[in-house]
Ligand binder design. Structure first.
Ligand SMILES: [Fe+2]
Length: 217
C-alpha cells in the first residue's frame, strides 16, 4: 500500500492525516496546509507525563542543529528536574525523532526548539504563525485546535489534534500562495486546572548565535 493510499483526508480541506510519520511529508504537496501524524502514546508514557509536577516539565527555548535535539532535550530535562527514567528517555528520543523527520522533509541548518508549559489561554485567537513551517506536538493536555476560515476570523468547525500526535503546519512565510485559510489556536483551558506540555519546532535559516545556550524560562 502506498503512502498516499494510507492517508486519510480530514474533513478540513488541505489537512492530511496519516497513522505513519512519513505522512507528514504531505505538507510538500500543493494545497496541503497541514499534515498530522496521528498516534497514541504508550499508556505508561502518558501516565508518567500526566503525573509530573508542572515545575518538573521541560520548559525552555534553544536554537540548535536538528541532530543535537536529543542532547539538548536531555539537558533541558536535567535543568528542569524532570525525573530520569525510561519514560523521560522516550520523551527525549521522540523529540529527537520529530526533529529528524522535520529536517528530512524541510532541511534546515538549525531548528528553534521550544518546550512550553501552558496553563492559560495562550494564543487563544485563531491565527497563522509567522514562520515558514512549524511542527507542534502536545505531549500533555489538549492538542492544538484548527479549522478553515476564508472569510471570517473564526472557523465554524473546529477540530482538535489528538494528544501525542504531531502536526506540521505551513506558516505565513510558506512560498505557495494564496494561503489556504487554515487557522489554528491553543485550546482555551484557563480555569480548568489543566497543564499542557507543548513541543514546538521551527526552522531557522540564520541563527542569531551559534552557541547551544538553553534559555529556561
Ligand atoms: Fe500558532
Amino acid at each position: 500500500m502506498t503512502l498516499v493510499q494510507e492517508q486519510i483526508e480530514d474533513i478540513v480541506t488541505g489537512v492530511s492525516i496519516s497513522p505513519k510519520p512519513e505522512g507528514l511529508s504531505a505538507i510538500l504537496q500543493p494545497g496541503c496546509a497541514a499534515a498530522i501524524w496521528k498516534r497514541r502514546p504508550l499508556s505508561r508514557f502518558q501516565t508518567w507525563i500526566d503525573g509530573l509536577e508542572p515545575d518538573n516539565l521541560p520548559k525552555a527555548r534553544i536554537t540548535i542543529p536538528p541532530g543535537n535535539v536529543g542532547d539538548a532535550v536531555e539537558k533541558i530535562c536535567d535543568v528542569c528536574g524532570t525525573p530520569d527514567c525510561a519514560e523521560r528517555n522516550m520523551l527525549i528520543d521522540d523529540a529527537s525523532a520529530l526533529a529528524a523527520i522535520f529536517n528530512d522533509i524541510l532541511p534546515t541548518s538549525h531548528l528553534q526548539l521550544r518546550f512550553d508549559v501552558v496553563t492559560t489561554n495562550a494564543c487563544r485567537k485563531f491565527h497563522v504563525d509567522v514562520v515558514t513551517a512549524r511542527l507542534v506536538c502536545t505531549y500533555r493536555g489538549s492538542g492544538t485546535q484548527y479549522g478553515l476560515s476564508t472569510d471570517g476570523p473564526e472557523p465554524i468547525h473546529v477540530n482538535t489534534v489528538p494528544t501525542g500526535s504531531a502536526m506540521l503546519l505551513r506558516g505565513k512565510l510558506w512560498p505557495e500562495k494564496p494561503n489556504s485559510g487554515l487557522l489554528h489556536r491553543s485550546p482555551p483551558i484557563e480555569g480548568t486546572g489543566e497543564t499542557r506540555l507543548l513541543l514546538v519546532l521551527d526552522p531557522v535559516t540564520e541563527p542569531e548565535c551559534s552557541t547551544a545556550e538553553v534559555i529556561v524560562y
